[in-house]
Design a protein around this ligand. Structure first.
Ligand code: SAM
Length: 282
């Protein structure tokens, strides 16, 4: 594995039209999520969409925070366990305590590659990375559904595949229809070295009424996004080939941080888990 003594990373060349171009006139998932997390990189249309969604999913903002904390707990635990390479799929707009910040507090030499399709996320990530010229933190503007092309990108090819890699797909797969997440997980399983990890979190309808589910899906469609809610069993099945470290759970109950959260949430929420590709521990 690299020691991190690498040459400064050149700014990523932008040699293709944006995959998901910036459009402030329609709500956008990265910006709606940024708003829910208390960020400032969002517009009135995003805040309006977030308000409408919150009416359908009470506590949505809290669920977004729980989801983010799940991601932070996962990468923190894995860094403590010795993992030194992380790939964050659908990383979103940079916010407080991004993956590299959490991981670098434990392991300053760890490598992190962020991936997102969103042009605004790309612009912000590149600005953020300009402050990290050591090459340990990279960003790739890419569509995760093009998984074969993505895995061939130099930023990923540069990872040391004789050592475990942790991939996080947190609040991502519910934007993809049935077979796509499975295909992505299969490709990852073939690419990842033994002993690697995969964390997934996913929106689930929970106790939402079928009518509220229908309305929420229509709201996402208005933002040009398809939302695909999955049941806990369907999310468990996504870990195909990975050994679940604990059973999947509502994200706030996965290795819970606060005793107050130790009850099953009402309504729609995120569920998640951590899978391991059997092999040597890092
Ligand atoms: N993973 C972060 C978290 O949980 O805190 C952000 C989650 S945000 C709800 C979902 C992110 O996935 C957005 O930034 C969106 O642009 C990105 N995304 C959606 N579809 C994608 C795709 N096909 N390829 C790459 N990124 C995608």
């Amino acid at each position: 594995m690299s020691t991190g003594e690498s040459t400064p990373a050149a700014p990523a060349a932008i040699d293709h039209p944006p995959l998901m171009p910036y459009d402030p006139s329609i709500p956008n998932v990265a910006r709606v999520y940024d708003f829910l997390l208390g960020g400032k990189n969002n517009f009135a249309v995003d805040r309006t969409a977030a308000a409408r969604l919150t009416q359908l999913v009470p506590g949505l903002q809290r669920h977004a925070l729980y989801n983010r904390m799940f991601l932070q707990r996962v990468v923190h635990d894995l860094a403590l366990a010795g993992v030194r390479q992380f790939v964050d799929l659908g990383s979103g707009l940079p916010t407080q305590d991004n993956v590299h910040e959490v991981v670098h507090r434990v392991a300053p030499d760890a490598r992190i590659v962020y991936i997102d399709i969103d042009q605004m996320a790309a612009v912000h990530a590149r600005a953020l990375l300009a402050r990290h010229p050591d090459g340990l933190v990279r960003f790739v503007e890419a569509d995760v559904r093009e998984i074969t092309d993505l895995l061939a990108r130099p930023e990923l090819a540069a990872l040391d595949r004789s050592r475990p890699i942790a991939v996080t797909a947190v609040a991502l797969f519910h934007f993809m229809p049935s077979t796509q997440p499975k295909q992505i997980v299969t490709a990852l399983r073939e690419w990842l070295p033994r002993g690697s990890y995969l964390a997934i979190s996913h929106a689930t309808p929970g106790t939402m009424s079928p009518q509220d589910v229908k309305t929420a899906l229509a709201e996402y469609q208005r933002a040009n996004l398809q939302l695909h809610l999955r049941s806990p069993q369907q999310v468990r099945d996504l870990f195909n080939g990975f050994q679940l470290q604990d059973d999947i759970a509502p994200v706030q109950l996965w290795r819970p941080e606060f005793a107050d959260d130790a009850q099953a949430p009402e309504g729609g929420h995120f569920i998640g888990g951590l899978g391991w590709l059997k092999g040597d521990r890092p």
